[in-house]
Design a protein around this ligand. Structure first.
Ligand SMILES: Nc1ncnc2c1ncn2[C@@H]1O[C@H](COP(=O)(O)OP(=O)(O)OP(=O)(O)O)[C@@H](O)[C@H]1O
Length: 176
Protein backbone atom coordinates (compact mmCIF):
# COMPACT_ATOMS: atom_id res chain seq x y z
CA UNK A 1 0.00 0.00 0.00
CA UNK A 2 1.06 3.62 -0.38
CA UNK A 3 1.13 4.08 3.38
CA UNK A 4 3.48 1.11 3.66
CA UNK A 5 5.76 2.51 0.97
CA UNK A 6 5.86 5.90 2.67
CA UNK A 7 6.67 4.28 6.00
CA UNK A 8 9.42 2.18 4.42
CA UNK A 9 10.89 5.27 2.74
CA UNK A 10 10.90 7.27 5.97
CA UNK A 11 12.49 4.44 7.96
CA UNK A 12 15.80 5.16 6.31
CA UNK A 13 16.04 8.44 8.17
CA UNK A 14 19.77 8.96 7.63
CA UNK A 15 19.29 8.87 3.88
CA UNK A 16 16.60 11.52 3.61
CA UNK A 17 19.01 14.44 3.33
CA UNK A 18 20.85 12.84 0.42
CA UNK A 19 18.05 13.47 -2.08
CA UNK A 20 19.39 16.34 -4.17
CA UNK A 21 16.55 16.00 -6.67
CA UNK A 22 13.03 15.52 -5.38
CA UNK A 23 12.01 13.67 -8.55
CA UNK A 24 14.15 10.79 -7.24
CA UNK A 25 12.04 10.50 -4.10
CA UNK A 26 9.86 7.42 -4.28
CA UNK A 27 6.99 7.49 -3.52
CA UNK A 28 6.58 11.21 -4.22
CA UNK A 29 4.08 12.42 -1.66
CA UNK A 30 3.85 15.64 0.36
CA UNK A 31 5.09 13.72 3.41
CA UNK A 32 8.14 12.15 1.78
CA UNK A 33 9.13 15.34 -0.03
CA UNK A 34 8.72 17.52 3.05
CA UNK A 35 10.67 15.05 5.21
CA UNK A 36 13.57 15.16 2.75
CA UNK A 37 13.52 18.96 2.67
CA UNK A 38 13.33 19.04 6.45
CA UNK A 39 16.29 16.67 6.79
CA UNK A 40 18.32 18.86 4.43
CA UNK A 41 17.26 22.04 6.18
CA UNK A 42 18.41 20.71 9.53
CA UNK A 43 21.83 20.14 7.98
CA UNK A 44 21.79 23.70 6.64
CA UNK A 45 21.25 22.60 3.05
CA UNK A 46 18.82 25.07 1.57
CA UNK A 47 18.64 24.23 -2.13
CA UNK A 48 17.17 21.09 -3.70
CA UNK A 49 16.34 20.33 -7.32
CA UNK A 50 12.87 19.19 -8.34
CA UNK A 51 13.54 18.33 -11.96
CA UNK A 52 14.19 21.61 -13.76
CA UNK A 53 12.78 23.58 -10.83
CA UNK A 54 14.89 24.55 -7.85
CA UNK A 55 13.37 24.56 -4.38
CA UNK A 56 14.93 27.25 -2.18
CA UNK A 57 14.27 27.19 1.54
CA UNK A 58 14.64 30.37 3.52
CA UNK A 59 17.41 29.88 6.11
CA UNK A 60 16.19 32.92 8.08
CA UNK A 61 19.79 33.66 8.96
CA UNK A 62 22.78 34.94 7.00
CA UNK A 63 24.75 32.17 5.25
CA UNK A 64 27.60 34.28 3.87
CA UNK A 65 29.73 31.38 2.64
CA UNK A 66 27.02 30.34 0.23
CA UNK A 67 27.14 33.48 -1.90
CA UNK A 68 30.76 34.58 -2.07
CA UNK A 69 32.56 35.69 -5.20
CA UNK A 70 34.51 32.43 -5.16
CA UNK A 71 31.33 30.35 -5.12
CA UNK A 72 29.96 32.39 -8.04
CA UNK A 73 33.14 31.80 -9.98
CA UNK A 74 33.08 28.10 -9.21
CA UNK A 75 29.62 27.71 -10.75
CA UNK A 76 30.36 30.09 -13.59
CA UNK A 77 33.53 28.41 -14.78
CA UNK A 78 32.46 24.81 -14.18
CA UNK A 79 32.09 22.82 -17.38
CA UNK A 80 29.04 21.08 -15.82
CA UNK A 81 27.70 23.29 -12.98
CA UNK A 82 24.66 21.02 -12.60
CA UNK A 83 26.98 18.40 -11.14
CA UNK A 84 27.72 20.70 -8.20
CA UNK A 85 25.55 20.95 -5.13
CA UNK A 86 22.07 22.37 -5.90
CA UNK A 87 22.30 26.16 -5.82
CA UNK A 88 20.52 29.17 -7.26
CA UNK A 89 23.74 29.79 -9.23
CA UNK A 90 23.13 26.61 -11.26
CA UNK A 91 19.82 28.01 -12.50
CA UNK A 92 21.42 31.40 -13.08
CA UNK A 93 24.32 29.92 -14.98
CA UNK A 94 22.11 27.67 -17.11
CA UNK A 95 20.00 30.64 -18.22
CA UNK A 96 23.15 32.65 -18.87
CA UNK A 97 24.61 29.92 -21.05
CA UNK A 98 21.35 29.59 -22.97
CA UNK A 99 21.53 33.30 -23.81
CA UNK A 100 25.17 33.02 -24.74
CA UNK A 101 24.50 30.00 -26.96
CA UNK A 102 26.46 30.61 -30.12
CA UNK A 103 24.26 28.58 -32.41
CA UNK A 104 20.84 29.73 -31.32
CA UNK A 105 20.66 32.12 -28.35
CA UNK A 106 17.26 31.92 -26.65
CA UNK A 107 15.66 34.60 -24.49
CA UNK A 108 15.38 33.42 -20.91
CA UNK A 109 12.97 34.02 -18.04
CA UNK A 110 13.46 32.97 -14.44
CA UNK A 111 10.27 32.59 -12.44
CA UNK A 112 10.75 33.14 -8.71
CA UNK A 113 7.63 32.19 -6.82
CA UNK A 114 6.65 31.46 -3.25
CA UNK A 115 4.51 32.77 -0.48
CA UNK A 116 5.15 35.99 1.37
CA UNK A 117 8.49 35.86 3.17
CA UNK A 118 9.69 32.82 1.21
CA UNK A 119 12.71 34.72 -0.07
CA UNK A 120 11.71 35.89 -3.57
CA UNK A 121 13.28 39.32 -3.20
CA UNK A 122 16.41 37.79 -1.77
CA UNK A 123 16.60 35.28 -4.61
CA UNK A 124 16.07 37.97 -7.26
CA UNK A 125 18.84 40.06 -5.73
CA UNK A 126 21.05 37.02 -5.64
CA UNK A 127 20.43 36.41 -9.35
CA UNK A 128 21.15 40.04 -10.20
CA UNK A 129 24.36 39.98 -8.19
CA UNK A 130 25.41 36.84 -10.00
CA UNK A 131 24.82 38.31 -13.46
CA UNK A 132 26.37 41.65 -12.61
CA UNK A 133 29.42 39.78 -11.34
CA UNK A 134 29.98 37.13 -13.97
CA UNK A 135 28.92 39.25 -16.93
CA UNK A 136 30.33 42.50 -15.60
CA UNK A 137 33.56 44.35 -15.94
CA UNK A 138 36.76 42.88 -14.57
CA UNK A 139 37.35 45.85 -12.29
CA UNK A 140 36.17 45.07 -8.76
CA UNK A 141 34.99 48.65 -8.14
CA UNK A 142 32.97 48.74 -11.33
CA UNK A 143 31.37 45.40 -10.51
CA UNK A 144 30.39 46.64 -7.08
CA UNK A 145 28.87 49.77 -8.55
CA UNK A 146 26.98 47.85 -11.22
CA UNK A 147 25.68 45.27 -8.75
CA UNK A 148 24.35 48.02 -6.53
CA UNK A 149 22.68 49.84 -9.43
CA UNK A 150 20.99 46.67 -10.71
CA UNK A 151 19.90 45.67 -7.23
CA UNK A 152 18.42 49.13 -6.72
CA UNK A 153 16.47 48.83 -9.96
CA UNK A 154 15.11 45.40 -9.07
CA UNK A 155 13.99 46.61 -5.67
CA UNK A 156 12.51 49.80 -7.13
CA UNK A 157 10.53 47.79 -9.67
CA UNK A 158 8.90 45.73 -6.89
CA UNK A 159 6.00 48.11 -6.11
CA UNK A 160 5.04 48.19 -9.78
CA UNK A 161 5.15 44.41 -10.17
CA UNK A 162 3.23 43.98 -6.95
CA UNK A 163 0.61 46.49 -8.09
CA UNK A 164 -0.15 44.14 -11.00
CA UNK A 165 -0.11 40.79 -9.23
CA UNK A 166 0.14 40.90 -5.50
CA UNK A 167 -2.76 43.22 -4.72
CA UNK A 168 -5.33 40.89 -6.23
CA UNK A 169 -4.25 37.82 -4.24
CA UNK A 170 -7.11 36.49 -2.12
CA UNK A 171 -4.74 36.26 0.86
CA UNK A 172 -3.87 39.93 0.69
CA UNK A 173 -6.76 42.19 -0.17
CA UNK A 174 -4.87 45.44 -0.01
CA UNK A 175 -7.39 46.80 -2.51
CA UNK A 176 -10.26 46.45 0.01
N1 LIG B 1 18.92 32.61 1.11
C1 LIG B 1 18.72 33.47 2.12
N2 LIG B 1 19.71 33.72 2.99
C2 LIG B 1 19.53 34.59 4.03
N3 LIG B 1 18.38 35.25 4.28
C3 LIG B 1 17.35 35.02 3.44
C4 LIG B 1 17.46 34.12 2.32
N4 LIG B 1 16.27 34.09 1.69
C5 LIG B 1 15.48 34.94 2.36
N5 LIG B 1 16.12 35.50 3.39
C6 LIG B 1 15.56 36.49 4.36
O1 LIG B 1 14.18 36.19 4.60
C7 LIG B 1 13.42 37.38 4.67
C8 LIG B 1 12.25 37.33 3.70
O2 LIG B 1 12.76 37.26 2.37
P1 LIG B 1 12.19 38.10 1.14
O3 LIG B 1 11.94 39.52 1.55
O4 LIG B 1 13.08 37.88 -0.01
O5 LIG B 1 10.78 37.38 0.92
P2 LIG B 1 9.70 37.62 -0.24
O6 LIG B 1 9.33 36.27 -0.76
O7 LIG B 1 10.22 38.60 -1.24
O8 LIG B 1 8.51 38.22 0.61
P3 LIG B 1 7.26 39.15 0.11
O9 LIG B 1 6.49 38.32 -0.89
O10 LIG B 1 6.49 39.35 1.38
O11 LIG B 1 7.85 40.40 -0.46
C9 LIG B 1 14.37 38.55 4.40
O12 LIG B 1 14.75 39.12 5.62
C10 LIG B 1 15.58 37.89 3.74
O13 LIG B 1 16.76 38.57 4.03
Amino acid sequence: SLEGEIRAFLTDEDQLHTYEDLTKVNPVTPTTVLKCLQARYSLKVFYTHAGCTLVALNPFQPIPDLYTLDVMKEYHYAPQPQEFKPHIFIVAEQAYRNIQGHVEPVNQSLVVSGESGAGKTWTSRCLMKYYATVAGSSSVLKIQDKVERIERRVLDSNPIMEAFGFLSKPSCNVMD
